[in-house]
Design a protein around this ligand. Structure first.
Ligand SMILES: [Zn+2]
Length: 151
């Protein structure tokens, strides 16, 4: 009996403890758009791809979340930051990704999340965990994290 219990406990720890689903994303998205009166509404779409990614498509009408990003975020606060960031790009019709647009979308994600009642101190941790180096379009995620982190 104890052996069985030990096996069960090990199995529980092996399951990704915080993998979120697209249903969770839809719930977070609804909170963000309702509490912030976002109009017109972009659609929320799921892309079964393991790349850790999310984006607002070029016509600013759809936010796409990959399976990878849903596995990567650790809680709904981080998910709210990710979706809020993409909502920011859609609302502002950012035609292209530039370091400046990324910082603006981060700030939008922060405000939208906060207004929707999410814990932004937990939410911004998603940028720290991303650990992406700087590129032509994106500043290093650690720099983005340092702008927003709770002191
Ligand atoms: Zn972005």
């Amino acid at each position: 009996m104890i052996k069985l219990l030990k096996i069960l406990v090990i199995m529980l720890f092996c399951v990704n403890a915080y993998a979120l689903t697209f249903n969770d994303a839809e719930e977070v998205y609804k909170q963000l758009v309702i509490k912030n009166h976002v109009m017109p509404l972009p659609k929320l779409a799921y892309w079964p791809n393991d790349q850790v990614n999310a984006f607002c498509d070029s016509d600013a009408q759809t936010i796409v979340l990959t399976r990878g990003i849903l596995k990567f975020v650790q809680n709904k606060d981080q998910l709210a930051m990710v979706i809020g960031h993409e909502l920011g790009h859609c609302i502002l019709h950012h035609p292209i990704s530039t370091p400046r647009n990324e910082y603006i979308a981060d700030r939008m994600g922060y405000w939208l999340s906060q207004a929707a009642g999410y814990n932004v101190c937990k939410g911004v941790e998603v940028l720290k965990n991303l650990n992406d180096p700087a590129s032509a379009t994106h500043p290093a995620s650690i720099n983005r994290y340092n702008v927003l982190k709770c002191k």
